[in-house]
Design a protein around this ligand. Structure first.
Ligand SMILES: [Zn+2]
Length: 340
């Protein structure tokens, strides 16, 4: 029986040396090592041997089997490498799908075009901002209750009075005084960018989101100028008639503050989840720039005035494309994003 095993071992190893392909190797493996293979047929006979022989032959059989298996694995590896390096140059190429701009980026660029055509400059500012530009110059002194309107990420760095003096900006309005300091008045400017709030995330809140603020400073400007400007912008984004209404609102850096709402385009004013069933969407909060802000920027409030507004970029995108759930924009779902 030992001879039989030696014979089959030699036979297999000889055949293995002449193997030319992975497929032939597989066939050979089944022929010799498979459940009905030739090696197994011999091993089946072991049970008829005496106990001593069983031990000896059994050990020898295992040795033969593992030698053969090892050689087969070696050859398999070699064939795989060969097959990997083979390139069929006649195969058609894989198509790469062209990417596209996110709907919020699209609406942001559209807004930038509209405002640029009206003589507004586009200015960006730092995301890590000083407490001074983010709050103090905007008429929100330290310990002012208006600071509670925004949950702020403070950076672990204190000034000489032991107060935190650096924040992740909570609003792009922080760029306003920087812009006036740099370019003076008169000035028209929009300021797009990312802002941060220490919010718990839910259907309507995110800790990081996009804003676009704008302002105009000059002489003898009024709320009427602001409303006219917003009407023009809306008409460019939504050709056709949109209803608009104004309400008083409170923001520390404007006086008086106003909210400009437009009729909900998603439900046509009937009420839906996007407009909280009111039929109106608040998209341009703003007002006349507070004299304290102008003073902080180095302007004389007796000589200059201006208005400032915030543009709800995400809201506009929802209205323009008829999207009723804000979370879809950040979902990363290609089925949604590919529609724009
Ligand atoms: Zn609605």
């Amino acid at each position: 029986m030992k001879k039989e095993l030696e014979k089959i071992k030699k036979e297999i190893l000889d055949e293995l040396e002449n193997i030319k392909s992975g497929q032939a190797l597989e066939d050979l493996e089944i022929k010799f090592l498979g459940r009905k293979g030739e090696l197994n047929n011999i091993l089946k006979k072991i049970k008829d041997l005496s106990n001593d022989q069983k031990k000896e032959i059994g050990r020898f059989a295992n040795q033969v089997k593992s030698e053969i298996t090892e050689r087969i694995e070696e050859l398999k590896g070699a064939f795989e490498k060969k097959e990997d390096s083979f390139v069929d140059v006649t195969l058609p190429g894989k198509k790469i799908k062209p990417g596209r701009l996110h709907p919020i980026t699209q609406i942001q660029r559209e807004l930038e075009d509209i405002f640029s055509s009206m003589g507004f400059m586009i200015m960006e500012g730092p995301e890590l901002e000083s407490d001074y530009y983010n709050f103090e110059v905007l008429n929100i002194p330290k310990d002012h209750p208006a600071r509670d309107m925004q949950d702020t990420f403070f950076i672990d760095k204190k000034d000489k009075d032991g107060r935190y003096d650096t924040v992740m900006r909570t609003q792009v309005t922080s760029i306003q005084v920087r812009a006036i300091e740099k370019y003076g008045a008169p000035l028209r400017c929009i300021m797009p960018g990312r802002v941060f709030r220490a919010e718990d995330i839910d259907a309507c809140h995110e800790h990081t989101f996009y804003q676009m603020d704008g302002f105009m400073v000059g002489k003898n400007l009024s709320v009427a100028n602001m409303i006219t400007l917003m009407k023009e912008v809306l008409a460019k984004i939504f050709p056709g008639e949109l209803k608009m209404r104004t309400r008083p609102g409170y923001f520390p850096f404007v006086e008086p503050g106003i909210e400009i709402d437009v009729s909900c385009t998603i439900c046509g004013g009937q009420g839906c989840s996007a407009c909280k069933n009111s039929g109106w969407l608040e998209i341009f909060p703003g007002g006349m720039i507070h004299p304290n802000v102008l003073k902080a920027a180095g302007l004389d409030p007796e000589e200059y005035n201006g208005f400032a507004f915030d543009i709800g970029v995400t809201r506009l995108a929802m209205m323009k494309y008829g999207v009723d759930n804000i979370r879809l924009f950040n979902s990363g779902d290609l089925r949604f994003l590919e529609q724009f």
